[in-house]
Design a protein around this ligand. Structure first.
Ligand code: PAF
Length: 285
């Protein structure tokens, strides 16, 4: 694999390789098995894969979160070396390379930017839109893989591509979980041991919610979720919403749900000092 940090070198390398389709996996590093499985999927589908490692400052609404975000480039490169092939590229740009001037673009993602994560992290998805559109312009991928764990981000990126008319194909990748069910996340390594021990209850709870929908209405399910999560010491429920899978409009009552349509139960939890998200498909059978 090649490790490249400038746009010029990246673009000239891709040009001289002249391989297609170009597969792309954007990441913020601190790689885990979830990322690696996106990379493997990209490699199965493309003769050349670009993996970017860039902690994007514009998507952090909380400066401390940006400062504490885990970074270990040497470890990341070691992991990628086991998967990537000779022609594949790890792109590790600096902030100045990505933003030579301040990015003042303001995107409009409609309802996607009003609910759940957007409500609690103002400006977050605008920052994601900025960096992803910038990376798409630089890499010009034919396909890009995004994990379903960041369900709302995936919807935002699909909308971004719809608005820009970019030809990149967005491929969702299933959530990869630890053996105990906790969704893999770079933030998991920041959890204190006791919090980490209790964190699998998040997935257990949303799984229970997905079963309860058969016989219970949504407010009862939300109550169960809140009780389960907040019974744990130092756990706080930020939200649990059942939303449709395109506009992410929250459904308030079971009667609004249409059999056969896809809905997702999305949860955000403050586990100690760390914010964790997860989701599960929920539908009427
Ligand atoms: O999901 C992430 O890791 C980031 O939000 C992304 C898509 C790489 C943009 O910085």
């Amino acid at each position: 694999m090649k490790v490249i940090s400038t746009i010029n070198e990246l673009q000239s390398t891709l040009k001289s390789l002249s391989l297609s389709p170009v597969g792309f996996v954007p990441t913020m590093g601190a790689l885990h098995e979830g990322h690696l499985s996106l990379v493997r999927t990209a490699a199965e589908q493309s003769p050349v894969v670009v993996v970017s490692i860039f902690v994007n400052p514009t998507q952090f609404n909380d400066k401390n979160d940006l400062k504490n975000y885990p970074r270990d480039i040497a470890k990341d490169l070691g992991l990628l070396k086991n998967i990537l092939r000779e022609n594949d590229i790890v792109f590790t740009p600096s902030v100045e390379e990505i933003y030579p001037v301040e990015d003042k673009r303001v995107f409009s993602f409609g309802n996607l930017d009003l609910v759940m994560e957007a409500k609690h992290r103002p400006g977050h998805f605008n920052g994601v839109g900025q960096v992803v559109s910038r990376l798409f312009d630089i890499v010009k991928p034919d396909l890009a893989i995004f994990g379903l764990k960041d369900f709302q981000q995936l919807a935002v990126i699909k909308e971004l591509v719809r608005q820009t008319g970019d030809k990149v194909k967005i491929i969702p990748h299933p959530i990869i979980r630890e053996k105990d069910g906790l969704a893999m996340s770079s933030r998991n390594m920041l959890l204190e041991p006791e919090i980490r021990m209790n964190a699998p209850l998040i997935y257990k709870t949303i799984k229970q919610a997905s079963l309860m929908i058969r016989e219970n209405d949504i407010p009862e399910i939300q109550l169960m979720v809140k009780r389960n999560i907040e019974n744990l010491e130092n756990f706080e429920l930020i939200y649990f919403e059942i939303v449709d899978d395109t506009e992410l409009k929250p459904v308030e009552n079971r009667a609004e749900m249409i059999a056969g349509e896809k809905y997702y139960g999305c949860i955000a939890v403050k586990a100690g000092k760390i914010r964790l998200i997860d989701n599960i498909e929920i539908g009427l059978v």
